[in-house]
Design a protein around this ligand. Structure first.
Ligand code: GLN
Length: 537
């Protein structure tokens, strides 16, 4: 039977609960334990699919096509725990299911209430994730902050876990803030209050992770312990770091976090093996070379909007022993003015990420043209690949108005369009292609060389496709269509001929890149950007 660790957050949001939960998962795996991770988002949306990346950060996609919160990306990068739809729970899903059962008459005329019906559904969903053979622990991160109205049913369900499974099978880890006030003095009062708020609903935390600008002194830990009833050893200092988030498991481990969890839950106490993780953190910190990557996107103001892409670039850096500097360029800025080269003076490689809607598209097209003509390594992802195709159709094929029907429904050359707009294939509607599927790579292409195989599986999240009508035109004019769906109908990858590294992919390789497994496309892109930098001198 799985044991349960609930991770809650106090005082305020954005303290890094996702990374904290993922770091704990990482440490348990380093002790040979098998675990699963669940993210609870107390919002009413059924999933994150329709959420604006500017408000909520990137939408992370799992193999089975769930559109989830970006914290699942952290779980993927820090652990080996597989993720699917079942690992992401929202209030919307819970209510939808309970109401469906009510309409079917499954409650036999009883009054349907938050307790027990909503809480039972929550518990059922959590238990289902961890009930497979051999799973030692399920870590459940409850989004939001203790005290939020929305999270109350989830916290109540969590409290009931102790009642249902016993204290030795359920623990609570609470992430809190120890802010500093004038002259840098650290204050414990907000932590005391947030632990009180938890206790009011019947939950006594077992471990506190205290975010603070610097490590907590022993006396401070003792004070927090006294006021919160959490043992001093279990008051862990989660201080600010300037290196990399991948160092966080090591910082927790040094303070004995995994040992405390193993003891409290009476888990199999095998020695830790995190040598590989240590190595990659030190490779990251000690990287000698610097590569500057320009990301020409439309959501550049909010770091979380392209979270997985930035992380995958860092992984590419780890693979090449190089430190990545991200230069975020708002593509709209490239639309006015002719000196586009000025934006890229300092840059060694250009990445055009995914996105939806027309704003900033023309700037991305300019960036793609600049990279193609000036031999800059260029990596187009999803929308980025579509941009590379549009640019090619306009400037090489001479179709000045080539476009995607997403941006110009009346274009005379709809090189990118919905499948339903393409005469040849009518099987799909305008629905999103979501999740993992197969791509066949053409031998002899750069991308085939990079992956070293004919068949790959990657995750998708898009509606528009390179129109079948124009495949021949594009090929004849020299664009390499280097990857297709197994039925040979849909373009999955393109590349520029006679160019050092110009690759566009319709899928999202960033979602499966990990620090311990840098994705080959990101590793290759960084390697070429380094070479390009060295050539420029
Ligand atoms: N908007 C484009 C489409 O729907 C690209 C999507 C994306 O970049 N994820 O096809």
């Amino acid at each position: 039977m799985s044991k349960y660790i609930f991770v809650t957050g106090g005082v305020c949001s954005s303290l890094g609960k996702g990374v904290a939960a993922a770091s704990l998962g990482n440490l348990l795996e380093s002790r040979g334990l098998t675990m699963r991770m669940v993210k609870i988002d107390p919002y009413i949306n059924v999933d994150a699919g329709t959420m604006n990346p500017y408000q909520h950060g990137e939408v992370y996609v799992t193999d089975d096509g769930a559109e989830t919160d970006l914290d699942l990306g952290n779980y993927e990068r820090f652990t080996r725990s597989p993720l699917s739809k079942a690992n992401s729970i929202t209030t919307g899903q819970i209510y939808q299911e309970v109401i469906r059962k009510e309409r079917e008459g499954r409650f036999l005329g009883r009054t349907v209430q938050v307790i027990p019906h909503i809480t039972d559904e929550i518990k059922h969903r959590i238990v289902t994730v961890g009930e497979h053979e051999g799973i030692d622990v399920t870590i459940i991160e409850i989004g939001g902050t203790v005290g939020d109205i929305e999270s109350i049913p989830f916290l109540e369900a969590a409290r009931q876990f102790i009642h249902d499974f016993g204290k030795e099978n359920v623990i609570f880890v609470h992430l809190t803030l120890v802010p500093s006030v004038s002259e840098g003095e650290l204050k414990t009062k907000p932590t005391q209050h947030s632990v009180s708020a938890l206790r009011e609903i019947g939950i006594q935390p077992d471990i506190l992770l205290c975010r603070a600008e610097r490590p907590l002194e022993e006396s401070m830990k003792r004070k927090i312990s006294l006021f919160t009833n959490v043992e001093t050893d279990a008051v862990i200092s989660a201080f600010n770091i300037t290196t990399t988030i991948y160092e966080i498991p090591l910082i927790y481990s040094k303070q004995g976090l995994d040992g405390i969890v193993v003891k409290k839950l009476k888990l199999n106490n095998t020695p830790k093996k995190n040598g590989r993780w240590r190595e990659l953190v030190s490779a990251y910190i000690n990287a000698g070379k610097i590569v500057k990557i320009g990301i020409v996107g439309k959501y550049t103001d909010l770091h979380d909007s392209y979270k997985s892409i930035y992380e995958a670039l860092y992984h590419g850096g780890i693979a090449n022993k190089a430190r990545i500097e991200l230069l975020k360029i708002d593509s709209e800025q490239l639309e006015t003015g002719d000196d586009i080269g000025g934006f890229f003076k300092e840059i060694d490689g250009i990445l055009i990420p995914g996105g939806f809607g027309q704003r900033g598209i023309e700037g991305m097209i300019k960036a793609s043209e600049f990279a193609r003509l000036n031999n800059y390594p260029c990596f187009g992802i999803c929308l980025g690949m579509q941009i590379m195709v549009i640019e090619y159709a306009r400037n090489v094929l001479g179709r000045r108005h080539a476009n995607s029907t997403e941006f110009d429904i009346n274009t005379d050359y709809p090189v990118i369009s919905l499948l339903e707009e393409q005469v040849d294939i009518k099987a799909f509607g305008g629905t999103m292609r979501l999740g993992k599927s197969e791509t066949i790579l053409k031998p002899g292409t750069l991308i085939h060389r990079i992956y070293g195989k004919d068949s790959i599986f990657e995750r998708h999240r898009h509606r528009y496709e390179v129109s079948c009508k124009y495949h021949q035109d594009l090929k004849k004019s020299g664009l390499v269509l280097s990857g297709f769906t197994p039925d040979n109908n849909l373009v999955e990858a393109i590349e520029w001929k006679n160019h050092p590294w110009g690759i566009g992919v319709q899928f999202h390789p960033e979602f499966i890149s990990k620090p311990v497994y840098p994705h080959p496309l990101f590793a290759g892109f960084i390697s070429e950007s380094l070479a390009c930098k060295e050539q420029k001198g």
